[in-house]
Design a protein around this ligand. Structure first.
Ligand SMILES: Cc1ncc(COP(=O)(O)O)c(C=O)c1O
Length: 391
């Protein structure tokens, strides 16, 4: 893989200068890239409401920047809520998007001013009605998409589309206000037509709800837009063009309010995880590949390499196409044999690579620092540094 496909020489030099003095492992985030991604997506969906899912990367620097740019937020827990409220995000800009919530958490969120909740079952609706009376709700539906997404999210959340309207009727009886429907087609969704399939269900729900006198106004299309990994996807522009076309096909000039929850696509490309080679070994003289052990692994930042799902581009500081390369297995530092990032994928590194050198994991701004364990095997969770806009 070529670093130049992801970073220009200038940008790369700037990153190296900033990171060279820092001890590994760490993640470095270029805030200019976050801004660019946000503005690009907002430009393609001009009337939409972007709710950044805090879980993708909850760093204060990112929240503050996105808040300044006008973003809204999607939270998974009261802990994320407290964090972003403390950074000055007003409660009206927050959607409590997790369908799995304790009654006490709903009560707490309501006291803090949260009035918009995603839900997908009667039990949750009853809890919202009891502890967040009169709130707005979005009913999340099950959609397809698992097979074409790198990180499927389609089984655990959402009700069957045919149950959505009856849940809304029950919610209204309990004093809640159904605003619309939400879905998530799966993270790093490669097949843009999955949004069309989901919107077919949403349009049917809007029509069925209208027959019952419920006038829905909002579609929350979740996340799923891609970051740049090894396996190429369409550009964000191509995704947006297609999705806008589907919306026009299904809703014509009466386009509902659109919510987007882009996580990976906003912050993924902005991050580089910098690791150091601890040891390179062969299991025998005739072993055809080298084991490369790093100071970061599945437990401190690279959990999405599970089942070798997300294939990050991995490069060294200097690119030299003439260097001879050989296959490697990339593994982390813990005493746990699942702590292997890539074995089947057979990444290649120069034969000259040696311990002490750095490996740069590109497009690691999303679901890395927030997914790291706390002190498994005693290793601290991974640090983040920021440059760009706020320097
Ligand atoms: C409710 C919700 N919204 C948005 C996202 C972000 O998705 P993505 O990172 O694919 O944009 C997630 C990811 O887990 C999610 O659970």
């Amino acid at each position: 893989m070529k670093r130049k496909n992801f970073y220009s020489d200038d940008e790369w030099q700037k990153m190296l200068e900033f990171t060279d003095p820092l001890p590994t492992p760490f993640i470095v985030i270029n805030l200019d890239r976050v801004k660019k991604q946000y503005e690009e997506l907002a430009g393609y969906f001009p009337d939409s409401f972007i709710h950044y899912p805090v879980k993708a990367n909850p760093a204060a620097e990112i929240i503050t920047l996105l808040h300044r740019l006008g973003s809204n937020f999607d939270i998974a827990s009261i802990y994320e809520m407290d964090k972003i409220l403390s950074l000055g995000v007003p409660p009206e800009k927050i959607l409590y998007g997790n369908t799995i919530k304790k009654a006490s958490d709903i009560e707490y969120a309501y006291k803090k001013g949260i009035r918009l909740y995603a839900t997908d079952c009667l039990d949750d609706i009853e809890k919202i009605a009891a502890h967040a009376p009169g709130s707005d709700i979005l009913v999340r539906i099950l959609v397809q998409g698992g097979e074409t997404a790198d990180w499927p999210l389609t089984r655990k959340f959402g009700c069957h589309p045919m149950s959505a309207v009856s849940l809304m009727e029950k919610a209204i009886k309990l004093g809640l206000k159904p605003q619309g429907v939400s879905f998530h087609v799966g993270s790093q969704q490669r097949a843009v037509w999955q949004w069309n399939e989901a919107l077919i269900s949403v349009a049917a729900i809007f029509a069925m709800a209208a027959e019952q006198g419920i006038h829905l106004q909002t579609i929350d299309m979740g996340g799923g837009f891609p970051a740049n990994y090894i396996n190429k996807t369409h550009s964000i522009k191509e995704y947006a063009t297609e999705i806008n076309r589907y919306l026009s096909n299904h809703f014509g000039s009466r386009r509902p309010k659109i919510i987007l929850e882009p996580g990976r696509s906003l912050v993924g490309n902005a991050g580089i995880l910098v690791s150091e080679i601890i040891t390179i070994s062969k299991k025998s003289r005739s072993d055809s590949h080298r084991w490369v052990f790093l100071d970061t692994g599945k437990f401190n930042g690279l959990i999405e390499t599970m089942d070798e799902g997300t294939k990050y581009p991995v490069v060294m500081a200097e690119e030299n196409e003439k260097k001879r390369v050989g296959e490697v297995i990339l593994a982390g530092p813990t005493c746990d044999s699942v702590d292997i990032m890539y074995e089947k994928a057979r990444y290649k590194l120069p034969l000259s690579a040696c311990s002490g050198q750095r490996l740069y994991w590109l497009s690691t701004g999303a679901y890395t620092s927030s997914y790291a364990s706390v002190e498994f095997n005693g290793f601290p969770s991974i640090k983040s540094y920021f440059y760009g806009i706020n320097e």
